[in-house]
Design a protein around this ligand. Structure first.
Ligand SMILES: C[S@@+](CC[C@H](N)C(=O)[O-])C[C@H]1O[C@@H](n2cnc3c(N)ncnc32)[C@H](O)[C@@H]1O
Length: 227
């Protein structure tokens, strides 16, 4: 029997709702997906072409951009929302596995990305998710977590108004790093990201230089499994 999840309700217009929620930045959901993919390209070895799991992939917005930016990689996706998985574009499904069945996720990923998912998972369940994901990485594989930065008041303002964030419990980078280490992974980077709205786009090239500043709208934690 299929169980409805919170995001099944939003799957049909996820992108539209997200676009409305982030409109204050002057950007749309595509900008945020491309930002994350560009960040990954920057921190991964040049020409990375391994097997990638987009955990909590939703309707595949980030997965699609990852495939464009890393054409040599296989992108798989997992999400508890079946209605979201059903809306993943067929072109992604033809090159990888997109599923709501945890048993269909193998244990040979070179990279697992978890983007803006953790704040939807109950705090008591988060450590278990990190354990599951760590077990699905190959030795030397990487886990990259993107999350909202709870220290940023604009982020909190957006989350408070976003229809699918009413269950959100934001977590600071220290909490994310704690789960990561407890799962046996070594934290290799922590960067604040997404600082400038579109009106200040000319300053965006400075963002990699201020990634230490806890003022970004989001943050990224990168970790590695021992070889
Ligand atoms: C805000 S959306 C982010 C979607 C996508 N990662 C992105 O960046 O566009 C959060 C997603 O996390 C999924 N999710 C929530 N709890 C989950 C869990 N325990 N395991 C996997 N996915 C989960 C939801 O169904 C939803 O699709």
């Amino acid at each position: 029997m299929s169980e409805q999840t919170e995001f099944d309700r939003f799957a049909g217009d996820y992108e539209t709702i997200l676009n409305q929620s982030v409109a204050a930045s002057g950007e749309d959901s595509r900008y945020f997906a491309e930002y994350k993919a560009a960040y990954l390209k920057r921190v991964l070895p040049p020409g990375f072409a391994g097997k990638v799991l987009d955990f909590g992939c939703g309707v595949g917005l980030l997965s699609g951009v990852l495939k464009q930016q890393m054409p040599g990689a296989q992108i798989d996706g997992f999400d508890v929302s079946r209605d979201s998985i059903e809306r993943v574009p067929a072109v992604l499904g033809s090159q990888g596995v997109f599923t709501s069945d945890p048993a269909a996720m193998p244990h040979d990923y070179h990279l697992i990305v978890i983007a803006n998912v953790l704040h939807h998972i109950r705090p008591a369940d988060r450590q278990g998710v990190f354990g599951e994901l760590a077990a699905r990485l190959v030795p030397g594989g990487s886990l990259v977590v993107f999350e909202h930065n709870p220290s940023n008041p604009v982020t909190r303002w957006v989350v408070e108004r976003c229809p699918f964030d009413h269950d959100a419990v934001l977590l600071p980078p220290a909490e994310t790093c704690g789960y990561t280490r407890a799962a046996g992974l070594a934290v290799v980077r922590r960067d604040y990201i997404v600082f400038m709205p579109r009106a200040l786009a000319w300053l965006r090239r400075l963002e990699p230089w201020i990634s230490w500043l806890p003022a970004g709208a989001q943050y990224a934690v990168s970790a590695r499994k021992a070889s």
